[in-house]
Write a protein that binds this ligand. Sequence first.
Ligand code: ADP
Ligand code: MG
Length: 688
Amino acid sequence: MNIDSPIETILGVGPAFAAKLKKRGISNVLDVIKCTPIRYVDFTRVKTIESVVPGQYVVVAGRILTSKSSKSFRRGINLLTADISDSTGVIIAIWFNQPFLSSLLRKGNSVRLYGLVATDIHGKKVIKSPEIQVSENSEPEAKYSEKVGVPSGVFRKFVTKVLSLTAEIADPLPDNIVHKYNLISLSDAYKFVHRPIEMEDVDIARQRLSVDELWRLILVQKTEKHKNCELKSYPVKISSDNYIADKKALKFDLTDDQIKTVDDIFSDIGKNVPMRRLINGDVGSGKTIVAFLASLRVISNKLNVLMLAPTTVLAHQHYQTWGELFPSVNHALITASQNIYNDRVMSRTKIMTEIKLGGGALICGTHALLNLDQEIIDRTALVVVDEQHRFGVEQRAKLINGKLISPHMLSMSATPIPRTMALILYGDLDVSVIKHKPIGRKPITTRLVSEAGRDVMYRFVDQLINKGQQCYVVCPLIQPAEGEDGEGVYEFVEEKKAVLDEYEKLKSTIFSHRKIGLLHGRLKQEEKDEILNNFKNGDIDILISTTVIEVGVDAPNASCIIVENAEYFGLSQLHQLRGRVGRSSNQSYCLLLAKNWNDKVNARLEMLVNSNDGFELAEKDLSMRGPGEIYGTMQAGIPPFKFASISDGDLLNRASSIAKEMMELGPENWPVVTKNMIRDLAQKIHRE
Ligand code: ADP
Ligand code: MG
């Protein structure tokens, strides 16, 4: 038997077990080894009964006060219960259908139990079907997930039989790197994680396994970036006189972060190697202007700029803003429903011709840009991708992998990304951060509003409207009582507000004298555009909307946003929603309501009240909810981490340095396993 042998060769794995394991993707010895324990029973880590809380797996030690065996007459189950006490309290242990344990549970005996804490109907603490320590053996015992299809104890026996084969596992890191970064070999890591002598072994093993999850991702990104250097792009000549003139067209001075970002971009696009840069900035930090200033320089080189937006509304917004600021510079809008060139509505073909003759234009649009004439793409030097995480890697790739030339790419993300996370998600990009917002903006006042305060809140909104301002009301659902994402939320469904309901209610009662608009994702694109334009023009006082307004909508006259059921939104998302207001010199407000208040919800929402800093909130969101939930959908193909924690800075620094050293070592000097691993991972991330 060796590490690649099929599981059937493991003694004790019969056809039935084999079939079950294979269903879970466990088909050879290595797969078994990679299936690491989900927790450990360490009978030496005893907790006081007073300190344990429901939901935890714990070890408690105490004396048996009473024990009794009974039959539950309803289902004929044998029930064994025992009251266990230590100096701090009493806990009830319950076993189902294990009457043979009663011999171990004599009154007065001392026992150690390991199990899941819960509460019974009287609110008393119970520990369900706990394991009883039998031997004096103090080694922590590994517990395996029963999701693999076999009981933990059975799986443990399989592991025991193959554990010596961990020695065969090829290490993807050279020895010197392993030592330099204070790690253990991968084979030892697997040995320790399965069979620790003490819990410290598990910590050491997990460090190695975590670091591996991170460095290989960073290395994949670095190799992608490296490949980029072999491509050619148009070098854009920058005339500083023209740049100074461009800035004069703006009504404001650039912030320091904006200036720095423009400098970064100018230096990149001056080269004939394509730029791959991300602007990581808070909402309202002024990313668009930066992209525009770069675009102007490209266009004066008689080359095109494509500005790709995730929605028609946003594409239109960019087109309009450009037209207001730089009306004499060629600009076009190409969407499925609307095609405009320099403010004249035209057929698509006509626009293509104009652009080709015009010698450089800004072309705003949605996915429709993916199918522009090749001739135009060939004369495109810069692609700007707004809200870049809304696009698939494939779509972006299509735009930047031109036949003749690979344009420079500038991505913009309005979700501030903590530095650590950016390293993993966007390691293949250079990052410019716009941290500070333009001066003179009043911070948005954020308040938690209780149900009792609802009427006062509405009256307040009414006064704002009297002053000529506008308001958003955001609800999580479109229609009442529907499952939002399919599952998991049904228990609360009836407590979630829906825009259709809210629209009818507000329109016919408290705000019957106001103009109310309704916006949600099920409307047709033209309907959405019309409503948003009406709102921007002030023809709607209150816009009731789902989170479709979250992305980038700029209606500066809106000074208040009410979020219903704020408990269902993540911090970053709420911050995004809040970013819809505070876009003018008016004092703006963000009012948060929740149906299910509890300490956790309260603590989370208080963070928004106390901070207007998207980066700070993103860090907190990350540490509270973990990367999967927040960034899971942001970049397709990034595998979920089994061991690594993104909030561990030390771990990330080590991983990042390792990736750098591996890069310097060069792929030709990597172990074979590393080459294969990086190739497979790159395929998964970049082509999915
Ligand atoms: P975002 O980064 O969220 O995309 P925008 O680019 O939409 O932000 O900018 C938000 C608003 O701030 C716009 O109305 C824009 O004109 C304005 N703005 C941008 N830069 C500055 C600045 N330096 N000073 C004042 N206002 C600015
Ligand atoms: Mg924007």
